[in-house]
Every structure is written in structure tokens, then in C-alpha cells.
Design a protein. Structure first.
Length: 91
């Protein structure tokens, strides 16, 4: 199944990342834990299910396709965002 877009036409996708949570707390606590897990630079949360508007699905695993070091670059951006947030909080 090829969901690439050679014509440059706008397409709509649903992108899903899943993780199981077992612990105390309400749904918001579970969501906060998942969000923190996803954003950790050392996280292995890099597999997504992408569903095209026509219903076709494909699994995207960035660890398998990361030939250009994109995961490391994303981690650097996350670190920079955290540094900026810390500076703003200190002001």
C-alpha cells in the first residue's frame, strides 16, 4: 500500500500512537503520563498507525526508517523547548 503523494494534493490522515497505562489516577493523569513518555528524548515511542481518509492504514516506525538522524534532531528540539520554558519560568 503506497500512501505517498506525488501530485502535492492535500490529504487527510489520522495518526495514532498507542500506549497502555496501568497505575493510579484519572484519565487526565494517564494522558499526562503518556504525553511525558512520548516527549522524552530517549523515548522509543516512535511507531505510529497512519490512517488515510480512504481507510487504508500503514504502520510508520521511525526507528526503522531513520536514515538521516531525524530522531536525534527531534530530541534536540525537545531539549531546546524545555530550556526555553525553564528560562521563561525563571523570569
Amino acid at each position: 500500500m503506497d500512501l505517498t503523494n506525488p501530485q502535492g494534493k492535500t490529504r487527510r490522515y489520522r495518526v495514532i500512537w498507542e500506549i497502555d497505562f496501568e497505575g493510579e489516577g484519572d484519565p487526565e493523569a494517564a494522558a499526562r503520563w503518556a504525553w511525558a513518555t512520548l516527549r522524552k528524548p530517549e523515548s522509543t515511542a516512535n511507531v505510529f498507525t497512519v490512517i488515510h481518509e480512504n481507510g487504508e492504514q500503514v504502520k510508520v516506525d521511525f526507528q526503522e526508517i531513520d536514515d538521516f538522524g531525524a530522531l536525534e534532531e527531534i530530541a534536540k528540539l525537545t531539549d531546546a523547548e524545555e530550556d526555553e520554558t525553564e528560562l521563561e519560568a525563571a523570569e
